[in-house]
Write a protein of this length. Structure first.
Length: 196
């Protein structure tokens, strides 16, 4: 009985090695990371700031997945392609930089700041994706914006911005390029809206 047990114990490691050599390890492709460009080209600096201090908050798109929408399957994510940061953070940085560089406000703060400000710009991203169509696609960014007077806790104005940029091909890289162009258009429109 002991001999059988010894043979089994000795044979078991050999059998395990044999099995492990037969199993092929599937190599997982790398994940590709993309960004929304922080700079917005073509914005003109103002001579006199329209606002004293303004705080910018952005919410709505915390997922790092890069989405596409089509009629057949609805909303899906590009496999192994992700945003380097949550879109909320990238859009927030983009808007803050646009306001700072143009001098539209004397002080521009992020929502993380504990300092009080005269105005609060509340941004909600309703859509940030590639819309697939028969002839290619369109990078789409939809943003709701509300400007609040913090002293009186009341909205001064609000608006909805839908910006698109066509793409002849539907791929993660083409989608990101089209979404970046759409984001530039939206930030430009938000800037013009604030400057009025």
């Amino acid at each position: 009985m002991k001999t059988k047990t010894v043979k089994i114990v000795l044979f078991l490691p050999v059998f395990c090695l044999f099995l492990s050599s037969c199993v092929k390890v599937k190599e997982v492709p790398p994940i590709h990371y993309y960004r929304i460009a922080i700079e917005t080209r073509g914005l003109k600096a103002v001579d006199i700031p329209a606002y004293g201090s303004i705080k910018v908050t952005v919410k709505g798109m915390m997922s790092r997945s890069i989405y596409y929408l089509d009629k057949k399957y609805g909303k899906n994510a590009f496999y192994l392609n992700r945003w380097a940061e949550p879109p909320d953070d990238m859009i927030k940085k983009k808007i803050i930089l646009a306001i700072k560089e143009t001098g539209l406000a004397t002080d521009v703060l992020s929502a993380d700041s504990l300092a009080s400000t005269q105005y609060l710009l509340e941004i909600e991203i309703d859509d940030l994706s590639m819309h697939i169509q028969d002839d290619g696609g369109e990078g789409v960014v939809v943003i709701s914006a509300v400007l609040v007077d913090t002293k009186h806790s009341r909205p001064i104005k609000n608006s909805l911005f839908r910006c698109g940029s066509p793409s002849s091909a539907v791929s993660p890289m083409d989608s990101v390029d089209a979404i970046n162009k759409a984001a530039d258009r939206c930030v430009t429109r938000i800037y013009d809206w604030l400057a009025k």
